[in-house]
Design a protein around this ligand. Structure first.
Ligand code: ZN
Length: 577
């Protein structure tokens, strides 16, 4: 990097205990430094390095806290970054980006970034800052209501996630009880959650109007930098899911109903294993979990394998569930040293393997894109980010069996079968959530709680077929109140669908030529955010699919593979790995 134009600390450690007052002067100096075309690259490099330093200090505070939530000092440290420092950074970002834009300077690998900066500046309104702060508070209120939900099970209080094992039970009555209790917990809060959403709806529509847009949907496509597809493409996506995926899922459900020997498949019959086999058990200890993952990635590609080894060697994997750890899982970046970090709560189930492989895909993206010179060029929107992770799930799938991976040949096929079924079942849900939000913000009736619930039922009837919901209308409505994206990250969902279809194209290529598919995958990840979304997909050997023909081909391929896997399973006796 060129000589920095202001003096910066040598490492993020300098900001470990910093307050905003310690950091602000660096931004002041950058804002006031002379800026012309000759000095712009050095200025941008310095700003990027400053963001790396502050960002990494904040990330380290987060990983330390989520790894040990019982320590009040770690909590205070984390809260200082998340509530005091980071919100200030957003403002500085807009301020410095404006300086850059005013200069009118560009270079080819920065076009994409400058377009994003320009869009952010165009839609920014001072009046909206307070509205978005209010939306944050409402999002926290949603978390509080739904995070605290419990039900009583045989005299014991249980959280909603703790009902999951009962939904997998072989005892149908137990499954039904768990399902009704879970949906009932949300139904009890329906009026409270609907009132919260009424406020969110009004604030979002207001923010959109303030920025000169007709509705929040139009605003969001700019705010989320969706430059390469529009609401009309999403509607084509919904129609394509309806005509190609929904019938395939109906076939899956009919098959499940037959295997379970039922007259009708009810919503509590979806999580139980139709063959009533015991759950997959991929590993016992964390060393085994990591060691086999290392072999799997090395088999997919030596360079990616070496990257994962670095994470294992440098202590960048916090995988096992333990007392005091925050729930959930994530992959984050340490932008200064150019390393990713995985946090999760593994307990030895099949989902842990899927989660690790998925998050590792994000990590490979972080490693490869780090070659881009400036921080902002290394990140992408979710459509490209999830292409990296979802493709890795499919590229790693052939190596899940021992001696490389975790499973017996039989169980490896079971895991693949469950994964591919899940790919199909999830797409109609994605279409539902996206179509519903589009209706909310464009129909004119999205502020009417009863009309919203009815719209959800209509949309669900379109996309979710093959399940008997008779007499369960209220429970069916409850599902959307559970979808936190609709409350907290509006319109963030179709990205998963776009990326899954991209990943299926990477997978299709890998079936013909694995080395070629992985090479293209790596090229797409290396690009980072320096190119448009269709160009990133093209590097990976894929395209953005919104059409029924493209989607139908991929659905057909998945169904073929599912049939082959079922035949292979029928011919294999289950044996221990
Ligand atoms: Zn992901």
């Amino acid at each position: 990097m060129p000589v920095p134009i202001i003096e910066l600390p040598a490492s993020p450690d300098a900001f470990a205990d910093a307050t905003w007052a310690d950091i602000a002067p660096y931004y002041e100096r950058l804002a006031e430094a002379p800026l012309d075309e000759r000095g712009v690259e050095a200025w941008l490099g310095t700003w990027s390095r400053l963001e790396e330093l502050v960002g990494e200090a904040g990330t380290l505070a987060m990983t330390a806290y989520t790894g040990n939530t019982a320590d009040p000092a770690l909590e205070a440290n984390y809260l200082r970054f998340s509530t005091e420092i980071f919100p200030q950074l957003d403002e500085q970002q807009v301020r410095l980006a404006r300086r850059l834009l005013e200069l009118g300077w560009s270079r080819p690998d920065l076009e994409q970034l400058l377009t994003q900066f320009r869009t952010d500046a165009e839609i920014f309104r001072e009046a909206n800052v307070a509205l978005f702060a209010e939306l944050e508070a409402l999002g926290a209120a949603y978390q509080k209501v739904t995070g605290g939900l419990t039900v009583e099970w045989d005299g014991e209080r249980k959280t909603i996630p703790q009902l999951q094992p009962h939904l997998q039970s072989r005892d149908r009555a137990e499954r039904e009880r768990a399902f009704r209790l879970g949906a009932g917990a949300y139904l009890e809060k329906r009026d409270e959650l609907a009132a919260l959403f009424d406020q969110m709806y009004a604030l979002r529509q207001q923010a959109a109007r303030n920025a000169g847009f007709a509705d929040f949907e139009a605003y969001v496509f700019r705010a989320k930098h969706r430059f390469d597809y529009g609401p009309e493409d999403c509607r084509r996506f919904h129609a394509a899911v309806e005509s190609t995926v929904v019938p395939a899922v109906e076939r899956l459900f009919a098959d499940r109903r037959r295997r379970l020997g039922l007259d009708a498949l009810r919503p509590w019959d979806l999580a139980v294993d139709p063959e009533q086999r015991p759950a997959l058990k991929p590993f016992e200890r964390t060393e085994e979990f990591v060691g086999r993952a290392q072999r799997i990635f090395a088999t997919v590609d030596p360079e990616l394998g070496a990257q994962f080894d670095v994470m294992a060697d440098e202590g960048l994997l916090d995988l096992e569930s333990r007392e005091g750890k925050a729930p959930g899982g994530y992959c984050t970046k340490l932008p200064f040293r150019g390393r990713p970090y995985i946090f999760m709560n593994a307990v030895g189930v099949a989902d842990d393997v899927s989660t690790l492989v998925h998050e590792a895909g994000h990590c490979f993206h972080a490693f490869l894109a780090h070659q881009q010179p400036f921080l902002w060029q290394r990140g992408t929107g979710s459509e490209a980010a999830e292409l990296a992770s979802m493709s890795m799930e499919l590229l790693a799938a052939p190596h899940l069996a021992a001696p490389v991976g975790y499973y017996s040949p039989f169980d490896a096929r079971r895991a693949q079968l469950e994964h591919l079924e899940d790919v199909l079942i999830t797409l109609p849900h994605i279409a539902s959530v996206d179509a519903f939000q589009s209706w909310i913000y464009t129909s004119g009736s999205g502020g009417d709680a009863a009309a919203r619930d009815q719209a959800w039922l209509d949309i669900r009837a379109r996309f979710e077929r093959g399940i008997d919901w008779s007499g369960l209308e209220a429970e069916r409505v409850a599902r959307w109140y559970r979808q936190l994206h609709i409350f907290e990250y509006p319109f963030y969902y179709i990205e998963y669908g776009i990326a899954q279809l991209g990943a299926l194209q990477v997978w299709r290529r890998s079936l013909a030529d694995p080395a070629d598919a992985v090479a293209a995958y790596k090229r797409a990840l290396t690009v980072g955010g320096t190119r448009s979304l269709p160009e990133i997909y093209r590097e990976a050997g894929a395209r953005l699919i919104f059409d029924a023909d493209g989607m139908g081909e991929l659905v057909g391929l998945v169904e073929e593979r599912l049939t082959a896997l079922r035949e292979e399973l029928a011919s294999l006796e289950p044996v221990e790995a």
